[in-house]
Design a protein around this ligand. Structure first.
Ligand code: HEM
Length: 467
């Protein structure tokens, strides 16, 4: 007996544009509604069908089991104007070859060697701060992680120019729109408008820095990602432009997401003093006031649980898109060749079927000894399959070390009780940054624990449409 392949249910939409505006400006409520309708649901952007998938087995099918049938989605292709044909956007043999070439820079032993730089740079950054100061933690973390990425991956000290580079990157990120991925958007981007000229200017600033890294890398003997790319160049295969694209990709992908993960972690800690107190206990027990090392990251178990839970609620990569090459069948539904498939970490990480009380910040969900077994693709901040994040181990190392160094010294108080809105752009940034007041914490914390008895432990996290 053969089972019949069905057409997925669709979410009603109005007018010619379909769901285009919601996809561009308010994707989360739209995705959540789709997930309520079924595991595979059809959306529409103009005349293009988009299949939204919200079941862990179906997600595994797209990312892993039948990954050969799926290429990167069109929205990501729009980023090629900045990153070119780098690891994030390239396909097929070209991608496989470049991934193989860069993989050694991300082996655990190599990453352990970056720990010292991560801690040293963080310490130096903290020297600029003082208790009582108000600052935008998002901007600070972007600058710090950018400096770390440049030093560890390319051997480039950019501390003197990181403000300028951050500024340029910020403009490019904020300027990005999923509309640019549409055929009309692509045409409009070529016109000499003020917006397009500005974008060209910011891109040139970044490009100049990237070519400086490469020039310096050609002179100096180092053992880092850039030297691996340059060595391959000597044996043919990588052109200067290809090296530029890979360096630009790693420069951006290697800091922006981790900075966001750390910022959301401190946002949640500021609202949950009971979690913060436990974190502080662990830092005291494991480190007793000294700086953390690569070996400590394995011992800082609660710190890792806190970061895991922060990435559940605020996944820095909040969705992945794919294009189907040939007709496929996913969970009994037909996916025609050429259509777009979208999967969202934001939706799966908050899916009430898999996460009881999904809006509560509870790091214990990730306790390796007590956590229930969950289907693999209910939690996938780093994606999965052959296109999973190459920098995952780097990100864990950096996230845990930076949280440890920062939380040991400072406490971050929010300047407002209003929820900080997540902005779903290329990554999930806090809209308008994260303004905080920093407080030196060691003395006060060593002698007295915070008074957490009066603090509600079930405080819910922000969810679109549920405030
Ligand atoms: C918390 C931090 C990070 C998160 C949440 C994250 C998330 C992701 C996700 C979800 C993907 C897969 C995208 C897809 O399937 O379309 C990805 C790919 C990628 N990430 Fe990360 N990432 C993080 C940190 C890093 C770091 C530190 C680096 C480099 C140092 C990096 C470099 C890359 C690259 C190059 C790819 C493309 C891999 C390929 O297609 O072969 N990421 N990342």
């Amino acid at each position: 007996m053969t089972t019949q392949v069905q057409i997925p249910p669709s979410l009603p939409s109005n007018g010619l544009a379909g769901h285009l505006l919601q996809l561009t400006y308010e994707p989360f409520p739209l995705f959540r509604r789709a997930a309520e309708v079924g595991d595979v649901v059809t959306l529409r952007a103009l005349n293009r069908k988009i299949y939204f998938i919200s079941h862990p087995d179906r997600i595994k099918h797209v990312l892993v089991t039948n990954q050969k049938n799926y290429q990167k989605g069109r929205a990501l292709q729009a980023t090629q104007q900045v990153v070119g044909q780098g690891l994030l956007t390239s396909e097929g043999d070209f991608h496989r070859m470049h991934r193989h070439l860069m993989q050694p820079a991300f082996h655990r032993r190599q990453i352990a060697g970056y720990a010292d730089t991560m801690v040293r740079f963080t310490e130096a950054h903290l020297h600029r701060w003082h208790s009582g100061q108000q600052l935008d933690l998002h901007r600070e973390m972007m600058e710090l992680t950018m400096n770390i990425a440049a030093e560890t991956l390319f051997g480039a000290d950019i501390t003197a120019r990181s403000k300028e580079l951050n500024h340029a990157l910020n403009h490019l990120m904020e300027d990005f729109s999923f509309f640019d991925a549409t055929p009309l958007g692509r045409v409009l981007r070529k016109l000499p408008t003020v917006r397009n000229l500005r974008r060209k200017h910011w891109l040139k600033t970044l490009d100049t820095a990237i070519y400086d890294f490469i020039k310096k890398g050609q002179i100096e003997e180092r053992n880092n990602l850039l030297s691996m790319l340059l060595a391959a160049d000597e044996g043919a295969s990588l052109t200067l432009e290809q090296i530029r694209d890979e360096v630009m990709t790693l420069f951006i992908a290697g800091h922006e997401t981790t900075a966001n993960a750390i910022v959301w972690t401190f946002y949640l800690l500021a609202q949950h003093p009971e979690v913060e107190a436990k974190l502080w206990d662990e830092l005291e027990q494991v480190l007793s006031g000294r700086l953390p090392t690569a070996e400590d990251t394995g011992r800082l178990k609660y710190t890792r649980m806190v970061l895991s839970e922060a990435m559940r609620l605020y996944p820095p990569a909040w969705a992945v898109g794919r294009n189907a090459i040939e007709d496929d069948e996913v969970g009994g539904y037909s996916i025609p060749a050429g259509s777009t498939v979208v999967i969202s970490q934001w939706v799966m990480h908050r899916h009430p079927t898999y996460w009881p009380d999904p809006l509560t910040f509870k790091p214990e969900r990730f306790d390796p000894e007590t956590a229930p077994r969950r289907p693999r693709y209910t939690y996938f901040p780093f994606g999965g399959g052959g296109r999973a994040c190459i920098g995952e181990a780097f990100a864990w190392m950096e996230g845990i070390l930076l949280i440890a160094v920062l939380a040991q010294r400072f406490k971050f108080e929010l300047t407002s009780t209003e929820p900080v809105l997540p902005q779903p752009g290329i990554t999930l940034r806090p809209k308008n940054g994260l303004p905080v007041i920093i407080r030196e914490r060691q003395a006060a914390y060593r002698t007295s624990k915070p008074d957490i008895a009066s603090v509600p432990t079930e405080r819910k996290c922000f969810e679109f449409g549920q405030v």
